[in-house]
Design a protein around this ligand. Structure first.
Ligand code: CP3
Length: 362
């Protein structure tokens, strides 16, 4: 099988050629000192790029996600334009819903809309648990195509939405400020909540397993909205499921990144749930966050995305602050605190990648 010939898919040969993006990225994941700090950006493949916007004139987002050639093309755009060390597959956290029998769309500048939000026991029972190969097979093709294109120079990152964040979308049906329906279900109908989390966990495990088989170098679990919970609530209603997902990724030998936003109160609980690298958003200082996560783990982050809407000297000084706090410890993956904002000037992202590499050259 193709994935098995890839050095990251075997436990014996984890050292790729030095001075490539994938080497830097995996060095950070495995806590070795890389030749320079690896950099990539969440939402790097998106609307800040003119070529992306031009393609989107022709196709809607889900068409692009479901067409491996187009998904590959978009995945590679930021690799070429910014010189990042990793390619994240162009898809969405919602894509596995189709195989689960949940109909949805992604509406431009609004976000995901679920056509029949999950609100009662019947809705939860109606959710299908697909077999692994049924879940977004087009993404697995895109992974194989991207891997061939990057030729081992950049890491290929797969991902999934975490059960809490997926449940928020499924229950609210649309982006929400406070996830009131989801949290109300969690508090008042815990059995129904747990049944939903159980299903989402099972599907997420299979989905990430498929991506590993298709050849990703690492996976990121996006628990973007988990900052809405306190530690004790997280530990009771969410953590057991997230732990099961990380346990199953661990068995594959592929490194995992655990990401959330608004997680200042949750870093210890999220770290306990799993992940080799813990995402830090821009509400924490990188050194303080890292200390709480524990230096035996790596961290990813955490330049404020909004800085990229300003000018280079402002960005550069904030970048230096992040790097100073990382203090050359192994295990830092440079990223933003959250995704690239659509109005970002791509030249600044390219300049940022270059500067992080230059400043951290070892
Ligand atoms: O470059 C990458 O990061 C890889 C691709 C990727 C996208 N979405 C592309 C996308 C990934 C990993 C995601 C994950 C995702 N999707 C998350 C978790 C990450 C996060 O930001 O916390 C969430 C919450 C979603 C749900 C979602 N999909 C939202 C909120 C939106 C934005 C709505 C909008 O129009 O601003 C989407 C759509 C989406 N996903 C776009 C992209 C590039 C914009 C699509 C477009 O209009 O062209």
């Amino acid at each position: 099988m193709e994935a098995m010939q890839h050095y990251t898919a075997t436990s014996t040969a984890k050292t790729p050629p030095p001075h490539t993006g994938v080497a830097r990225f995996l060095d950070a994941c495995y806590h070795r000192q890389p030749d320079a700090t690896p950099v990539w950006f969440m939402r790097q493949a998106g609307r800040c790029l003119a070529e992306y916007r031009a393609l989107r004139q022709k196709y809607d987002m889900l068409t692009m996600v479901k067409t491996p050639e187009l998904s590959t093309e978009v995945t590679l755009m930021p690799v070429k334009t910014f010189g990042v060390d990793a390619a994240i597959i162009y898809s969405d956290i919602l894509t596995p819903l189709e195989a689960m029998g949940v109909s949805f769309e992604i509406r431009h500048e609004v976000g995901p809309l679920i056509h029949h939000p999950i609100r009662n026991q019947q809705d939860v029972e109606n959710i299908r648990i697909p077999n692994g190969p049924e879940i977004a097979p087009y993404m697995m093709q895109a992974i194989q195509m991207v891997r061939r294109e990057v030729e081992g120079k950049q890491a290929v990152i797969g991902f999934a939405g975490a059960p809490f964040t997926m449940a928020c979308y499924l229950i609210e049906g649309r982006p929400s400020r406070d996830y009131r329906n989801a949290k109300a279900m969690m508090y008042s109908q815990p059995e129904l909540w747990h049944a939903l989390m159980e299903k989402l966990t099972t599907v997420t495990q299979s989905y990430l397993g498929e991506q590993v088989q298709a050849g990703v170098d690492a996976v990121q679990l996006f628990d973007s909205w988990v900052g809405a919970l306190s530690p004790s609530v997280y530990e009771r209603y969410v953590q057991p499921y997230v732990r099961r997902i990380f346990d199953s990724v661990k068995q594959t030998g592929i490194p995992a990144i655990h990401f959330g936003t608004g997680t200042s109160a949750l870093l210890e609980s999220m770290t306990a749930a799993g992940g080799d690298i813990i995402g830090l958003d821009s509400h924490v200082e990188l050194d303080e966050g890292w200390e709480r996560v524990g230096f035996e783990h790596g961290v990813q982050g955490n330049l404020d995305s909004i800085l990229l809407l300003t000018e280079w000297p402002v960005i550069e000084s904030a970048m230096r602050d992040v790097l100073k706090r990382a203090a050359n410890r192994p295990g830092h993956i440079f990223n933003l605190g959250h995704g690239v904002l659509p109005p970002t000037n791509p030249d600044l992202l390219r300049q940022l990648v270059e500067a992080v590499h230059a400043e951290t050259q070892r």
